[in-house]
Design a protein around this ligand. Structure first.
Ligand code: SF4
Ligand code: SF4
Length: 277
């Protein structure tokens, strides 16, 4: 397997992967989406809410705030251990990080409550972004609540996923044959502008080739069937957009560990059943 980084920052990772079967790539992608735990608010106790927003609406918005979970694995119990505790309303500190929120409308004008107004009990578990609007209050309106976050997995609810986007894309293979007469029709219709004329024939701008979206408009307008768009075998672009709850590195390492553990368990079960030795 060969991996090349095409883009990397705190919130995005784009990899060019060669010689990896699609089902393995997809297993990694799906594990990242639905198995890697992060913290998210799961229970909210409303002490006061005289805003125009229903309790459920505010609780839902609170749940979707990405929370910094980089140090959560060392401090909080697993999702499976804490799910049951939460259902019994036992908000123990080894499972739950607490947040307080208290706000009142202004004498003049409107007050916007932001994610950064949540007061965390654990400084390690706090909103990744401070400026996510939660609700607005006018004079005389108040909100006072306690919110409890725990580790969870995306398969339970997507608010516990460390990624907002996890996709793979095929790598384009664009071939122009000798029938090309350089009419330029394909260049005009290509929405990604990756075809160009050189020496009276169409060629692919290599710096933009990966942006091809496989629309095949170029093939449709070519009366001479001189251009053919397909994809390369066992080569893929894997793209993740992270919520910021976990670093890209920690997300992928954790996903790999979870996948290996699941495969070990599967192998063990097959051995116990006598399917394999
Ligand atoms: S439309 Fe066909 S013939 Fe015309 S430039 Fe493109 S590939 Fe060549
Ligand atoms: S398939 Fe679409 S994006 Fe790709 S080269 Fe053809 S026209 Fe351009």
């Amino acid at each position: 397997m060969n991996v090349e980084i095409l883009e990397k920052n705190q919130y995005a990772l784009k990899l060019y992967i060669r010689d990896l079967p699609l089902h393995v790539l997809n297993a990694i992608r799906r594990t990242v989406i639905s198995e890697v735990p992060v913290m998210a608010i799961d229970y909210v106790i409303f002490i006061e809410n005289s805003s125009v927003f229903y309790d459920e609406y505010i609780a839902h918005r609170l749940g979707l705030i990405p929370l910094d979970s980089e140090n959560a694995y060392d401090k909080y119990k697993s999702p499976e251990e804490c799910m049951e505790a939460g259902e019994k309303r036992i908000f123990s500190t080894d499972c739950f990080a607490k947040f307080d929120l208290e706000a009142e409308g202004l004498e003049n004008g409107m007050l916007t409550i932001y994610s950064g107004d949540l007061v965390p009990s654990d400084p390690d578990i706090k909103p990744v972004f401070d400026k996510i609007p939660l609700a607005k209050l006018v004079k005389g309106q108040r909100i006072k609540l306690e919110a409890f976050a725990r580790l969870g997995r995306g398969r339970e609810h997507i608010k516990w996923s460390p990624v907002s986007v996890a996709t793979h894309k095929y790598v384009p293979k664009i071939i122009v044959n000798d029938n090309c007469n350089g009419c330029g029709k394909c260049i005009d219709v290509c929405p990604r502008g990756l075809l160009k004329l050189s020496d009276g024939k169409v060629s692919v701008d290599k710096s933009r080739e990966l942006s091809c979206n496989f629309c095949r408009l170029c093939e449709q307008v070519c009366e001479l069937r001189a251009i053919k768009v397909s994809h390369k075998e066992n080569e893929y672009i894997l793209y993740f957009e992270f919520t910021g709850a976990l670093s890209p590195r920690k997300t992928l390492v954790e996903a790999s560990n979870i996948l290996i553990k699941k495969l070990d368990e599967f192998e063990e079960k097959l051995k116990n059943l006598g399917v394999i030795q």
